[in-house]
Design a protein around this ligand. Sequence first.
Ligand SMILES: [Fe+2]
Length: 491
Amino acid sequence: MNQTQIINNKSYYLEEWKRGYNSQPNEYEYEIDNIEGTIPPELQGTLFRNGPGLLDIAGTPIHHPFDGDGMISAFYFQNGKAYFRNRFVETEAYLQEKAAGKILYRGVFGTQKPGGLFNNIFDLKLKNIANTNVIYWGNKLLALWEAAEPHLLNPQTLETIGIDYLDGVLKPGESCAAHPWIDPNSVLDAGQPCLVNFAIAPGLSSKITVFEFAPDGKLLRRHSHVIPGFSFIHDFAITPHYCIFFQNPVNFNPLPFLFGLKGAGECVEFQPTKPTRVVLIPRDPHNKQVKTFMVDSGFVFHHANAFETQDRVCIDSIAYASLPEVAPNSDYKEVNFDNLDPGRLWRFTLNLQDGTVERQLLENTCCEFPAVNPDKVGRDYRYLFIGAAHQDSGKNAPLQAIMKLDMETGQRQLHSVAPHGYVSEPIFVPKPDANAEDEGWILTLVYNGKHHRSSLAILDGQNIDGEPVALLHLKHHIPYGLHGSWTNEVF
Ligand SMILES: [Fe+2]
């Protein structure tokens, strides 16, 4: 996109952007035959993605995309061909609302049942919407939503099998976060990979439980720690020896939720004048030396990576100066991006000796949804790939580009799909026998607001500002999604 296409200082058309939040009620399966470029035959495996598929229930709009029923999209790659399938996670609530043809549950982010206050007051039932992430681990495909249990899916057909308690690790009603990390080389397990995740039980004080699972799905370690104060912790970071949690400065006032006025998630109030507490929990359960650091970070949803250097731990995170709020009776699509704080990439360096924290702005461009080479998770790394605004204005804007940041040189490259395209979270897939850290493919779903359809872009990690390796055009659109993952398994 050249400068002449920037109209009124915008690289996007708001009306086109809004259409990416149209529901996709249909379930498809087909071989993708509309392809620009060539799918690399060495790209063998499956990309799973999750996100809200329904932004309305039988025509009644939901209040926030985070309340949308989870829909899984899968791209199966084999021998230079790609097959697509999408299917809703058939949660109990999804099936009930589908049968009833109306909203039966209040959403955490403000969706209310019809009938006004008296139909919502004191109704505290949670709708497990399974819409945030999807992972394949321990021979299980799991759809994750942080406030409730995972759902088990058939990786080939995407059929929902049911709620999964991780072989008894979770009890009914216990939650499991939607942001696991895979440690590629766990020092606690003789170099075997392991999956690390957590659960939060918030309250006047909050209990953080850390879970670690072996490649066969067996529980390796579980330990819980109570920290003072309410917590809203969506993501965390790992290093070989630590889990790192940012306890954002928030208050929780449950009264508007109890009285049917707001969703529970809308009752979280950001406290911009208070510091974030960074909680460092050793991964070895025998080490009880939990450390807490204080820093002004703003609000953090996602961490890009973390690593240890001698007596320091560095965490790279996307931080906002404030937490965006969607007021009751407002429309999340009627947004003025210029009025929202941008997400910016910061490095927080914890000094384990003196307990201080330094912070450094790494990137001023509005960005979100980071990804690194999976071999570098928890390790010092050079390359970060992240969704970014088209313009380097420092203002909030839709994500229309994939940015590659070189931490060593400070160089950055941008693959922009503006003005009609909107990117999703990038996923880095290393090439077989790769030597260099950036030797791999970047997979990202791109919604085109002009044509109202989505395409999967395959970019070359070493040349992301060049032409895509391939563009796989779907026959329809996928609403803006949240997270996903890659597995080398072909189903
Ligand atoms: Fe997330």
